[in-house]
Design a protein around this ligand. Structure first.
Ligand SMILES: Nc1ncnc2c1ncn2[C@@H]1O[C@H](COP(=O)(O)OP(=O)(O)OP(=O)(O)O)[C@@H](O)[C@H]1O
Ligand SMILES: [Mg+2]
Length: 358
């Protein structure tokens, strides 16, 4: 996918803003509150049908307006014209692709993989495991069309087991649900592990070894591998009954960044964490491209925050090396001077862009 133009209407501070994106890279620059994050939010909204900041219309629709819309024009991977229109009004999100209405945002997201590196990206490593599981699953969603269906089936089987341990809906319970839980759970685990293997191969690269010694991800599947999922499920029955939920399975998996002495997350600085998250997300963009030939669009908010010159240069090099388009924001474009020479478009935002016209 190649996005060429994005028209933003009544989104947050913008009554109307037209962006023309560079073929490979674009910097959106401007002071605090000029709408840099909003511009990225608009791009994510039009490509994924949802915002990475908030999905509540009340938050994102411009105050005093009844609805917001974003219209993007570009090309698909095979150079066919691409027109996407996303409109948020009340609880409704209406999406159309080349004039045809789309029911599920996931259909849109599948055609245009987007990777967002937010200004609080480092929390991916430091906060609970949900975000890390979601990242693996989102990557798999782009690589394997059936993955989302597998997840839904797993969730359904998990719900059934949880109802059983809570003593409800006994009649509906059947051994088949348990079998499904095991079958799909092991399959999800296998797929996630493939991604982790690729990430670990990337972590051996010079970009990382220049700054860190021997980093790797340790993936915990959510059960004891040696015992196997089936036996862990049956052994955890009493404990699960007491707690009222299923404590083993891929819904409990986690990913820990380690060196030879164990997990490192608590010992990383803010800048180091952000750098590593940028590296991981760029590696996943590369993985998606290698597996599907789809070029992910990478959106990076406030790239320079927390990074020194050495880390910024390294992150920018990574971003330019990967196949897809990159749009990044920065308060001071001067911080990206060396890089700016190589970007296709620098868009400057200022307060006048969203002054009331009435
Ligand atoms: N629903 C809304 N209606 C009108 N204005 C809004 C709405 N939501 C947010 N804003 C305003 O939009 C402006 C742009 O916010 P945004 O977060 O995009 O700025 P930014 O350039 O990323 O700033 P920073 O450098 O501080 O991150 C802010 O001034 C904010 O107050
Ligand atoms: Mg911002």
């Amino acid at each position: 996918m190649l996005l060429k133009t994005v028209q933003i209407n009544n989104l947050r501070c913008f009554e109307r803003l037209d962006l023309t994106l560079g073929k490979k890279s674009t910097i959106i620059s401007g002071g605090n509150g000029t709408g840099k994050t909003t511009a990225l939010e608009a791009i994510s909204l039009v490509c994924q049908g949802k915002s990475f900041v908030s999905n509540r219309s009340g938050d994102i629709v411009r105050r005093g307006s009844s609805g917001a819309s974003v219209i993007a024009a570009g090309e698909t991977g095979i150079s066919d014209p691409l027109n996407i229109h996303v409109r948020k009004k009340g609880v409704k999100t209406e999406i159309s692709l080349n004039g045809n209405p789309i029911k599920k945002a996931s259909e849109l997201a599948r055609s245009a993989p987007v990777i967002v590196i937010t200004s609080h990206a480092a929390t991916l490593l430091t906060e609970g495991p949900d975000k890390r599981r979601a990242l693996l699953d989102k990557t798999m969603f782009h690589v394997e069309p059936n993955y989302i269906e597998e997840w839904k089936k797993y969730r359904r089987a998990l719900r059934q087991r949880n109802q059983l341990i809570r003593g409800r809906n006994l009649r509906k319970i059947h051994r088949a649900w348990n079998e499904q839980l095991i079958l799909i759970g092991e399959e999800i685990d296998r797929k996630r592990e493939n991604i982790v293997l690729r990430l670990n191969a990337e972590l051996k690269s010079k970009t990382i070894s220049k700054f860190f010694g021997g980093l790797f991800f340790r993936y915990s599947p959510g059960w004891n591998r040696e015992k196997g999922y089936r036996s862990c499920l049956s052994q955890s029955w009493e404990k699960d009954e007491q707690l009222g939920y299923t404590t083993v399975g891929p819904h409990r998996a986690d990913l820990a960044l380690c060196d030879k002495n164990g997990p490192v997350v608590r010992n990383l600085s803010g800048g180091q964490s952000k750098f590593l998250v940028c590296f991981v997300l760029c590696s996943l963009a590369k993985y998606i491209f290698e597996e599907t030939a789809k070029k992910p669009l990478v959106l990076v908010d406030d790239i320079a925050a927390e990074l020194d010159d050495v880390f910024i240069t390294s992150v920018l090099n990574m971003l330019l090396k990967q196949e897809g388009q990159v749009v990044l924001t920065s308060i001071r474009s001067a911080e990206l001077v060396g890089f700016s020479k190589n970007v296709d478009a620098v868009l400057q935002l200022d307060q006048t862009q969203y002054k009331d016209h009435d």
